[in-house]
Design a binder for this molecule. Structure first.
Ligand code: SAH
Ligand code: SF4
Ligand code: F3S
Length: 443
């Protein structure tokens, strides 16, 4: 009899990728993926530690699972992801319902841990071993069949921005071998992928050296571009310091690399960037921006902002607003600074929350109005859309344009996986709505 496994995923795309790979791994010991969270033999929480109350959220989730299974057999309860890494044995001690705690760099051991738990041992595994992890997964087929797939090429971070937990939860930077990545991409193509998004916490720091040759993200983009089945290539998240000229060149040469760059800046004030240990200035960022739009004026940008880093004054905040006025980001993330245990900034005094809330509202008004304006400007236009899936419980289909905007339209099953033309009739802040004009090409 097959056992069932359910994974609830929080956090970034890398966690989403990992959850899919965990499904692929546990299959070989008899666990099949289920979409029903209240009917699993093994329940995995893949957690995120990036902002406040991450730990509390996990315990809250476990409370929910306990209720779901009140009258049923208790599932094996696994906490994976970045909170698992940060808290490790502490979690097993605090919450008896948890059976296994496993950090992101230890997923190669998940099958052994599950088997050993079935023999009655509670375990915690939070070693950093990216090399073994990726070697192990190289031998496990990626069964993802999405039109648009994620592919992790790099993991971890050596930059140590003073606010950030990633270097502690994901460990040091590691780049997978070039060939393993291309092999996995080929597998995804066989499964039907038309779009691949390369992932890494510092994806553009990707560097794999073999003999005298260094492979960079630009090499991956150029190689993947040659596959006829692939119509679109993206990557995320990049750091301004690693936006090298070879990568910028790709925007000139590759028709498949989408003209949308997510490039987090965090603040528009050099003083704050320095305090954050970001290793770049506002001018450095603007310089990259200018290089990119010079090479391809079609490129649109998005960014991440932290509001109220300790010591941020009204003047620093105004500088961030100035930057947002200079670059029309079309889609950005902005959050109030949240102190993370173990980071350098955790020792600094935080600013009054009420003040910061009003700063957050001011910047979000600006960012959201850019977004609405761009979407409005697309009304009446015909866009190229890669169709991903049918929307649940609706007779509508979902795809994205080149800038990653969601496009919702009346279509049919045969459109899935194809690039089609959609005429946009309406829009709101988050989505574009339209109707199909014709199929551009059978991808
Ligand atoms: N590697 C990327 C970011 C990864 S974390 C980069 O260098 O930009 C994703 C985003 O979470 C960050 O860009 C930042 O805006 C936000 N973030 C990280 N730590 C945070 C904290 N302590 N408080 C608030 N936001 C934070
Ligand atoms: Fe975190 Fe900075 Fe590394 Fe990005 S570059 S993951 S923000 S430490
Ligand atoms: Fe969160 Fe870990 Fe990703 S902290 S953002 S899940 S790297």
């Amino acid at each position: 009899m097959h056992k069932k496994v359910f994974i609830k995923t929080f956090g970034c795309q890398m966690n989403e990728y990992d959850s899919n790979r965990i499904y692929d791994a546990v299959k070989s010991i008899g666990y099949n993926k289920t979409e029903n969270q209240d009917d699993a033999d093994c329940y995995i929480l893949n957690t995120c530690h990036i902002r406040n109350k991450a730990k509390d959220k996990v315990y809250h989730e476990i409370g929910r699972v306990k209720k779901l299974y009140k009258d049923k057999k208790k599932p094996i309860m696994v906490v994976a992801g970045c909170v698992a890494q940060a808290e490790n044995t502490e979690m097993l001690n605090r919450e008896k319902y948890i059976d296994l705690v496993i950090g992101p760099q230890s997923y190669q051991k998940i099958n052994n841990l599950l088997k050993s738990f079935e023999e009655e041992n509670k375990v915690e595994e939070t070693e950093f071993d990216s090399v073994s992890k990726f070697r192990y997964f190289d031998n496990i087929k990626n069964n993802n069949t999405n039109v648009s797939s994620f592919l992790t090429i790099q993991e971890g971070c050596d930059k140590f921005c003073h606010f950030c937990v990633v270097p502690y939860t994901r460990g040091p930077e590691y780049s997978r071998p070039f060939k393993s990545i291309i092999d996995e991409a080929e597998r995804l193509i066989k499964n039907g992928s038309k779009e691949i998004t390369f992932l890494g916490q510092n994806v553009n720091a990707y560097s794999h050296i073999e003999g005298s040759r260094e492979y960079r993200l630009s090499d991956l983009i150029n190689t993947l571009s040659k596959y006829n089945e692939i119509s679109r290539i993206r990557y995320t998240t990049s750091h301004p310091r690693d936006m090298t000229d070879d990568l910028i060149e790709c925007y000139k040469n590759s028709k498949k690399l989408m003209p949308f760059v997510h490039l987090p800046i965090q603040s528009g004030s050099d003083r704050i960037l320095k305090m954050m240990n970001r290793k770049h200035t506002v001018n450095y960022y603007l310089n990259i921006y200018e290089k990119l739009i010079k090479i391809n004026s079609d490129i649109k940008f998005s960014s991440d902002f932290i509001i109220g880093y300790p010591g941020e004054t009204e003047n620093d905040f105004k500088e961030t607003l100035n930057l947002v006025n200079k670059i029309k980001f079309i889609n950005s993330f902005s959050f109030i600074y949240s102190p993370r245990p173990g980071t350098k900034a955790a020792e600094l005094e935080i600013t009054d929350k009420d003040k910061l809330k009003s700063r957050l509202i001011t910047i979000q008004d600006k960012l959201f109005s850019n977004q609405i304006e761009l979407n409005k400007s697309l009304e009446g236009k015909t866009l190229e859309v890669l169709v991903e899936n049918k929307l649940e419980n609706q007779n509508k289909f979902f795809g994205r344009n080149k800038f990653l905007n969601s496009v919702i339209f009346d279509g049919n099953e045969s459109h899935i996986g194809k690039l089609i033309k959609v005429n946009i009739e309406k829009s709101n802040q988050n989505s574009l709505f339209g109707k199909v004009i014709d199929e551009m090409k059978a991808a």
